[in-house]
Design a protein around this ligand. Sequence first.
Ligand SMILES: *Cc1c(COP(=O)(O)O)cnc(C)c1O
Length: 223
Amino acid sequence: MKVEENLKSIQEKIDEACKRSGRNPGEVTIIAVTKYVSTERAKEAVSAGIGNLGENRDDGMLAKHEEIGHAAKWHFIGSLQTRKVKNIIGIADYIHSLDRLSLAKEIDKRAEETVQCLIQVNASGEESKQGLSPEEVIPFVKDLEAYPYISAAGLMTMAPLTDDEEVLRHCFRTLKTLQKNIQDLNLAHAPCRELSMGMSNDFGIAVEEGATMVRIGTALVGE
Ligand SMILES: *Cc1c(COP(=O)(O)O)cnc(C)c1O
């Protein structure tokens, strides 16, 4: 399938989810996750109107960035080893996988301008999942104040692989509640405007529950 056709049907589903939940579709950014596909396919996505690309490895991001450059914004969505930070700093516009202070420290050390970071939360409590537990998030956000180059732009989660709508909604609502609690703190370093949640299988529900960034690979550019 052409990316253009996939994008059209995904955008329609997002529009419908927004209608159901009284949201404005302009609040939802589609990130095309291109980790499985070629640079050519990523370029096709950009030509189809995608302005945001997601990669989960530093080498994958660098290779595609080399050819596509500023035609898209770059989202690092994978678990990030501390020693790899230097490779993506200045290239990734957003890092979605901030989950420990040692990583914050390294990002802060390498950065030359503010880095937009999303805190990864394990909202489902699955053992296999990366991210802070919901209880750890508020203290973590407060600790980030020590790192002047880090802006806590939002929260990110991966829901369990399930069709159980209630399980998915619970996970997304946990993130939304945390966002509200963080915003209520009114911290200059933690505006927390973004909720990065929803993938190919669950983005409609994520949008209903308040996602501002959906990360879509398979359904948009293929596997
Ligand atoms: C791979 C990946 C996605 C996209 O998954 P699809 O199911 O292919 O849409 C989204 N987020 C993260 C963190 C990923 O690693």
